[in-house]
Structure formats: structure tokens, C-alpha cells
Design a protein around this ligand. Structure first.
Ligand SMILES: Nc1ncnc2c1ncn2[C@@H]1O[C@H](COP(=O)(O)OP(=O)(O)OP(=O)(O)O)[C@@H](O)[C@H]1O
Ligand SMILES: [Mg+2]
Length: 469
């Protein structure tokens, strides 16, 4: 870490000098200014980490300097020093945002402690800020498609209300992200967001999980447990995979929604809860109702605001921005230099049929960032499944709304040129390998490519000496 830089603004040279000596001895970098004007200029030019400021100075006094410093950079801590330490100057300085107030004459220990505190709290605040930023980036909803804009508009309308929201969509489309975004933008954002995955909890435990139980209420209930609904009081509960709840649990959840109260297992007492419910499912609940698997009355209670998140194949416009976003994100996360993506690679990623939606895309980009040695992500760096034309949607489904015919011929054209190139490359490689007795290092040297790249190609084309009949 570089030395923290302290700016001392004081009109008395002996004080500046003695502070300079003490602070430099403690490992700080010190710059001095004899007037407020000079101090402000230095604060701007030298980017100090902290300012030690005298109050009584000819010309511009310390309080005014303090005000101007705050306007200039409100995260720069200022410790005010005054020989005319009346309570009122101290109060005024603190009101105007001074971190601390020290009276002259001061012991150097007192100054050092104050500096350390101020610098620590500044560092904490900076760290806090970058953590917050990281969280924001992680929870950003990326995309420009009409489909996603539609979702975001619904999120915006739902967020400030207390209405129950039902989010539907295939696996990996971003249902949980939508639920969290609603909570973060709601009046409950400072309270808890409690998530329950109804599909992951065994049938016999889900009720005690949701509603809690008293000690001894059933075999194995050795301790009392507060249920998720109570935990989420004043906040939001996210009932994920709500389509997987049993009939009995559905009835109880319906009751909470209607009465706003829960009853712990083994207790006759009811507890009032103020909980906003957001539910999600990848099942088609209307069909589940038809089949008699889901209660219609519960469905209507949940779907006050229905939000459907479309699959990625219906919003191909989101793929490129998502790829870029995750390339950035994972480069930073893994401390690797940012990479470029070759247009052909982006093209292949855009054509690929993302059955696992955004989750699959995200994992693919993460792997690409980690596995690609060079600065550019080329076609060869993509997973085989993404590269192979077989994985592309044959017809409708991809370019939303594009006529079937156009889509077909487009894919076929790209496939042909590619096949031609790949066949040629494969033949060339097999020929050279034969010439060099299947010695990989030698072949790589002869054809002027790194060994690692040759290995990648062998894998890509499934070439091995055995297959070379
Ligand atoms: N629009 C988006 N922008 C950026 N990241 C997204 C977006 N949508 C989803 N993601 C990310 O994709 C991943 C999957 O999203 P999420 O878990 O919300 O999906 P889901 O619909 O709940 O999936 P499942 O049905 O499998 O539970 C998460 O890492 C999420 O942050
Ligand atoms: Mg989910």
C-alpha cells in the first residue's frame, strides 16, 4: 500500500514543521500549506488522503476551507485543529462535516489516533462502496430485447406495491433475479428476502420449514423452529418452485395469504405476519390446475401480478450484451486480462440454442474466459456443442419472428462454408501428423502453431492416430 498522504494546512510554520516530523516518522507522506487558498489548491492537485486543518488563519479561515473541501470531495476526511477551541467552533466544524476536532496544544498521540481512525473509516467506506458496486453488478438485469424490457416494466410497476407476484418461465431464464429485483426496489428492501425452494424440501418437512414448529411437536422436533414466513416478517418471502407443493401445503399457504397469520406446528397460537409473497415456477400452473395438481384459488391469490420471463431463444437480441457482460464480469472475477471475442464466435453463440437459458450461457462464458489462453476468443475456444451446427435451431424459434424459410437457408449457408473450412483443416492436420509420425510437438513446430493449439484442434476434430485408419 502506498503511504497515506496528509495535507497540513496551518499558518504557523513551527506547527507545520513539528507535525511534518512526527507524521513522517510514523510513515505518512506530508505536504504543508500556509494559507487556506494554498491548501485548497494542494488538495486539488495532490489528492491527499486526509487533511489536518487549522481554524484561525489570516485570510480564509478554517471553517470556510472546510466547507470548500467538502464541496470539492465529500469523501476526503478532515481533522480540524484549533487553539481557540471553544465549544462552538468544535460544534460548527463537526456540523460542517469534520471527522474530528483537536484542541491546541495537542499531544502528538492524540493526533495520530485521530488520523488512524479517519483513514480506517475512509478505507471502510471505500471498501463498502466497491462491495456495493459488485453486488449491484451481480444483480444487474442485462438485455435490450423487447421481451426483457417488457419484464422490466412489469418489475417496475410491481415493485413498490405489496401485491403478490407470480413469475413463470423455463429453467435458467432469470426468475430468481426478477424476484430479487422486485424486493430490492420495494419499500421492504431493508428487510429480509427469505427464499424457500419448495421442490428441494422433503414433503414431510416443508410445513415446519414454512410455518415453524414447537419443541416436541413431532418426532425429531428437538428444538423449536421459527418458520420462513415468520422470518420474512416485514420483508419478502420467495416461494420458488411453488408448483411442487403438496395439496396440504397449498391449503396452508393459501390460509397465510388470506388471513395474514401463521400457526406453528404443535401450537394453537397464531402469529400475525406482514409478508409480501413472490412465487415462481417453471411449470404451467394452468395445466397443473386442469390435472388437479394445483389449487385454482391459490393460483389466483398468487397471480395478482403475473410476470412471464421468456426463454433466451425468444430474445436473441439479449445474447450479445449478456456475453459481453459475463466476459467482463468473469475476467474481473478471475483476475485475467479482458479478452476480445471474434465476430464468428459471437455469431455462433447467438445461433446456439440455449436450452439452459441464461444459466447455461453464463457457465459457458465463464469456462471460455478461464480456458482461453490468448487475447481473443476464437471459434476453436467455444465448446464443441456450441460450435456444431447441429446445435443450432433448425428453423423457427431462433430469430424471433423471422420467416422460417430465411432462417433455414441462412443456417445452411453458414454451415456449408464452415464445413468446407473445417474439412480442409482436418485433412491438412491429419496429413501433417502422418508425415511426422504422429509426433505432436514436431507437427506443431512444422505447421507453426503452438502445441496447445494443435491439441485443441485434435480434440475439436476428434483426430487421433487410432481414428486414422
Ligand atoms: N437478464 C439477466 N442479466 C444478467 N444475468 C441474468 C439475467 N437473467 C438471469 N441471469 C443470471 O442467470 C442465472 C440464472 O438465473 P435465475 O437463477 O434467476 O433463473 P431461474 O429462472 O430462477 O432458474 P431455475 O428455474 O433453474 O431456478 C443467474 O446467475 C442470474 O443471475
Ligand atoms: Mg430459480
Amino acid at each position: 500500500m502506498p503511504k497515506p498522504r496528509i495535507l497540513v494546512i496551518d499558518d504557523e510554520a513551527p506547527i507545520r514543521d513539528s507535525l511534518k516530523m512526527t507524521l513522517e516518522y510514523e510513515g505518512y507522506d506530508v505536504i504543508g500549506a500556509a494559507t487556506g487558498q494554498e491548501g485548497l489548491a494542494l488538495a486539488e492537485r495532490e489528492a491527499p488522503d486526509l487533511v489536518l486543518l487549522d481554524v484561525k488563519m489570516p485570510g480564509m479561515d478554517g471553517i470556510e476551507v472546510l466547507e470548500r473541501l467538502r464541496n470539492m470531495n465529500d469523501s476526503l476526511p478532515v481533522v480540524v485543529v484549533s487553539g481557540h477551541g471553544t465549544i462552538s467552533t468544535a460544534v460548527e466544524a463537526t456540523k460542517k462535516g469534520a471527522f474530528d476536532f483537536i484542541e491546541k496544544p495537542f499531544a502528538s498521540e492524540r493526533v495520530l489516533v485521530s488520523l488512524r481512525n479517519a483513514l480506517d473509516s475512509r478505507q471502510l467506506r471505500d471498501e463498502n462502496r466497491s462491495l456495493k458496486k459488485a453486488v449491484e453488478i451481480r444483480h444487474q438485469m442485462i438485455g435490450e430485447s423487447a421481451g426483457l424490457k417488457h419484464v422490466m416494466a412489469a418489475v417496475g410497476r410491481a415493485a413498490p406495491t405489496n401485491a403478490t407476484v407470480l413469475i413463470t418461465g423455463e429453467s435458467g431464464v432469470g426468475k430468481e433475479l426478477v424476484a430479487r429485483t422486485i424486493h430490492r426496489n420495494s419499500l421492504r428492501s431493508r428487510e429480509r428476502f427469505v427464499q424457500v425452494n419448495c421442490a428441494a424440501i422433503p414433503e414431510e418437512l416443508i410445513e415446519s420449514e414454512l410455518f415453524g414448529h414447537e419443541k416436541g411437536s413431532f418426532t425429531g422436533a428437538t428444538e423449536k423452529q421459527v418458520g420462513k414466513f415468520e422470518q420474512a416478517d416485514r420483508g419478502t418471502i420467495f416461494l420458488d418452485e411453488v408448483g411442487d407443493m403438496s395439496a396440504k401445503t397449498q391449503a396452508k399457504v393459501l390460509r397465510v395469504l388470506q388471513e395474514g397469520e401463521v400457526e406453528r406446528l404443535g401450537s394453537a397460537r397464531t402469529v400475525k405476519v406482514d409478508v409480501r409473497v413472490i412465487a415462481a415456477t417453471n411449470k404451467n400452473l394452468e395445466e397443473e390446475i386442469e390435472k388437479g395438481h394445483f389449487r385454482e384459488d391459490l393460483y389466483f391469490r398468487l397471480a395478482v401480478i403475473p410476470i412471464h420471463v421468456p426463454p433466451l431463444r425468444e430474445r436473441p437480441d439479449d445474447i450479445a450484451p449478456l456475453v459481453r457482460h459475463y466476459m467482463d464480469y468473469f475476467s474481473r472475477e478471475n483476475n485475467v486480462r479482458p479478452k476480445r471475442i471474434a465476430p464468428a464466435s459471437l455469431d455462433a453463440l447467438t445461433r446456439y440454442r440455449w436450452r439452459g437459458n441464461i444459466r447455461e450461457l453464463r457457465n459457458t462464458v465463464e469456462r471460455m474466459i478461464i480456458m482461453t489462453g490468448g487475447d481473443t476468443i476464437d471459434l476453436a475456444d467455444l465448446p464443441e456443442t456450441v460450435r456444431s451446427p447441429a446445435a443450432w435451431p433448425a428453423a423457427a424459434g431462433a430469430g424471433a419472428g423471422a420467416p422460417k424459410q430465411a432462417n433455414d437457408s441462412e443456417a445452411a449457408k453458414a454451415g456449408t462454408l464452415r464445413e468446407f473450412k473445417e474439412n480442409a483443416e482436418r485433412m491438412f492436420l491429419v496429413g501433417k501428423l502422418r508425415e511426422n509420425g504422429w509426433n505432436i510437438s514436431k507437427t506443431a513446430e512444422v505447421i507453426g502453431t503452438p502445441r496447445s493449439n494443435l491439441y485443441k484442434k485434435l480434440e475439436q476434430y476428434q483426430i487421433s492416430q487410432e481414428t486414422d485408419g
